[in-house]
Design a protein around this ligand. Sequence first.
Ligand SMILES: *[C@@H]1O[C@H](CO)[C@@H](O)[C@H](O)[C@H]1NC(C)=O
Ligand SMILES: *[C@@H]1O[C@H](CO)[C@@H](O)[C@H](O)[C@H]1NC(C)=O
Ligand SMILES: *[C@@H]1O[C@H](CO)[C@@H](O)[C@H](O)[C@H]1NC(C)=O
Ligand SMILES: *[C@@H]1O[C@H](CO)[C@@H](O)[C@H](O)[C@H]1NC(C)=O
Ligand SMILES: *[C@@H]1O[C@H](CO)[C@@H](O)[C@H](O)[C@H]1NC(C)=O
Ligand SMILES: *[C@@H]1O[C@H](CO)[C@@H](O)[C@H](O)[C@H]1NC(C)=O
Length: 323
Amino acid sequence: MKSASSPEHRRSFILSSFFFILFLCVLASINEVRFDSLLKFGHSALSNTPSSNNSSSENHPSSVNSSSDDIRILIGILTLPDQYNRRHFLRLIYGTQTPVGARVDVKFVFCNLTKEDQKVLVALEIMRYDDIIILDCKENMNKGKTYTYFSSLPEMLRDTDENSTTPYPPYHYVMKTDDDSYFRLNNLVESLRELPREDLYYGYVIPCPSMDPFVHYMSGMGYLISWDLVEWIRESEIPKNHLEGPEDKTFGDWIREGHRGKNRFNAKWSMYNFPEPATGCTHELWPDTIAVHLLKNQEKWIRTLKYFNVTDNLKPSKLYHIP
Ligand SMILES: *[C@@H]1O[C@H](CO)[C@@H](O)[C@H](O)[C@H]1NC(C)=O
Ligand SMILES: *[C@@H]1O[C@H](CO)[C@@H](O)[C@H](O)[C@H]1NC(C)=O
Ligand SMILES: *[C@@H]1O[C@H](CO)[C@@H](O)[C@H](O)[C@H]1NC(C)=O
Ligand SMILES: *[C@@H]1O[C@H](CO)[C@@H](O)[C@H](O)[C@H]1NC(C)=O
Ligand SMILES: *[C@@H]1O[C@H](CO)[C@@H](O)[C@H](O)[C@H]1NC(C)=O
Ligand SMILES: *[C@@H]1O[C@H](CO)[C@@H](O)[C@H](O)[C@H]1NC(C)=O
């Protein structure tokens, strides 16, 4: 500032400072406009309908950006109350997936608690995760637990608040799966995007060599139905009178006897059993995968998760180093 002593210099300094500040202001306002329109664009990109201003996603941490025209899917994992470690693990598996354009709720499903410690531990889990459904039944695999699951949902999810904005149906699709299946949620959602939302029965066709979804039934590794079929299961006499037997086959019997599932989708070979031990139901791990089943031990899980690069997005940090 040595030369700023002359008035001439001072005036030109003030003048140029003024213009510089003016320039900054203009720049800032342009950016603000840009940022604003970016926000607006982001918003409208997420919500195509005017009524979806406020997405009701606040209660669903697994779907932060979902809007009301997203596909809504409930995945019920049938498991047992004492399977604490398995639930912990599956929460990691599904909690680290962020499907796009869908709200996917993963819930653990079991029957009445039977032990004192469960009443504390499961209640704590619910307080922390709120992802558990306890049905009114006694634990069983092939004596109607699946029926109780599907038939309880309409009442459990019915919205009694007359002013509520909860959409109908609460879910477009409901799935039943097991705790040894691994679903890749984005691939699942993409496979559903073009499918009907009524009278749909989706899964891996049994018998294994068959590719015809209208013969026999979908494997218990994970099958999915549209909401109207959930309501039909609740109301129809057909399932009620036929509860016992392998749950997936029994389910297929209901659908056949009730002449339901005019829309079907065979997700084979995007769904398959883990490659080893090889059978007619297995497939090599491959990129076009929706689900892998029979992950019966940690080694099989690790191989699968590694194959699908699930930890590739781990953010770098000074706090840890994973080779
Ligand atoms: C959505 O939000 C915009 C501005 O935030 C508002 O003008 C419009 O009325 C809202 N629509 C609904 C359905 O709430
Ligand atoms: C959207 O949310 C805002 C604030 O959270 C609320 O004032 C407004 O009434 C809501 N609009 C609708 C359509 O629910
Ligand atoms: C939600 O949107 C934000 C900003 O647009 C993005 O950073 C974030 O990854 C999105 N989250 C999900 C779950 O898609
Ligand atoms: C399950 O528990 C509920 C509430 O504790 C009870 O009313 C019901 O009878 C039980 N059901 C069975 C099948 O044990
Ligand atoms: C529904 O809204 C009306 C009018 O806003 C109100 O009088 C009524 O109490 C509300 N009902 C419930 C169950 O909140
Ligand atoms: C996993 O990452 C490797 C290396 O980047 C890549 O070659 C492979 O195709 C990826 N696998 C899948 C299933 O995306």
